[in-house]
Design a protein around this ligand. Structure first.
Ligand SMILES: [Zn+2]
Length: 276
């Protein structure tokens, strides 16, 4: 059973959808001390696609959106602990320009350069540098991060297909590797959008429903546990619960069923509203 974690901001400012760097460090360090192992995206995807199993206490670390603080603050923690991760980036928000300073090098604290009009998000130069380390895999979080409303009609699917294709092309052009995974914005997807993404080569798709990823999980709808704003004790408790034999499987299957039922209900409401 694999536990995929989802983070957004990693910044000392804290706030909504944020983890302070010290806590981010503690999360990863304590998971390792508790016997969890971290998997890189290549190993994770190759193992899943070949139908083999990963060890029970395996963790896949992911971040969403591609915020600049992931470069300033999350990366030095990942680098120093040697933890691999996946950065799901909104390709339409990633900026150009040279590499900026990270927050610290070893024990030397440096001042991050927060200047520039694209200061909220990372730059392609920084993503290329991360990709070259072999510790970070750059994957898609769509190009424009548009919220889905209502049912998926033909026009919406066409627009979504263009958006996902643009995102894949930008990553391939800028980083040099075509993405294989997609994190759905707000975890919102449907059977039709998941099929569409699969046709575009994104065979590994992630949502934000808490749960584990087992051999029975669909690679088009893989759970992630959002750990923003949470403390380390909560995270360890969740990690143990989700990866526990039998209990973790039952919990994860129930959460996936609940998520599918909720999405079907939302689509029915959207269709009814569209017909009204
Ligand atoms: Zn997002």
């Amino acid at each position: 059973m694999t536990l995929a974690l989802c983070f957004h901001h990693v910044t000392p400012i804290g706030g909504e959808h944020a983890t302070v760097p010290e806590r981010f460090h503690d999360h990863l360090n304590e998971l390792r001390r508790a016997g969890f192992g971290f998997v890189d995206f290549d190993t994770f995807s190759r193992t899943r696609l070949s139908g083999r199993r990963l060890p029970r206490r395996t963790v896949l670390v992911t971040t969403d959106d591609g915020y600049a603080d992931n470069w300033y603050w999350a990366w030095p923690v990942l680098r120093d602990l040697g933890v691999p991760s996946v950065f799901f980036v909104i390709t339409g928000s990633i900026g150009d320009g040279s590499i900026r300073n990270v927050a610290y090098e070893g024990t030397r604290v440096v001042v991050p350069d927060h200047e520039g009009g694209d200061g909220r998000f990372m730059r392609w130069s920084e993503l290329r540098a991360l990709h070259r380390t072999g510790l970070v895999s750059v994957q898609s979080h769509t190009h424009l991060h548009t919220r889905r409303v209502g049912a998926d009609d033909k026009e919406k699917l066409r627009v979504l297909g263009e958006d996902i294709s643009t995102s894949c092309e930008r990553i391939e052009t800028e980083v040099g590797l075509r993405p294989l995974a997609l994190a759905w914005p707000w975890g919102q997807s449907s059977a039709r959008t998941r099929s569409l993404a699969c046709e575009l080569g994104l065979h590994m798709q992630f949502t934000v429903t808490p749960g584990g990823i087992g051999p029975w999980s669909s690679s088009r709808l893989m759970s992630r546990l959002c750990a923003d704003e949470r403390d380390t004790a909560w995270l360890l408790d969740q990690a143990r619960r989700i990866t526990a034999p039998l209990i973790g499987d039952a919990y994860s299957i129930a959460r996936v069923c609940w998520n599918l039922a909720r999405q079907a209900h939302t689509r029915r409401i959207g269709t009814a509203a569209g017909a009204a």
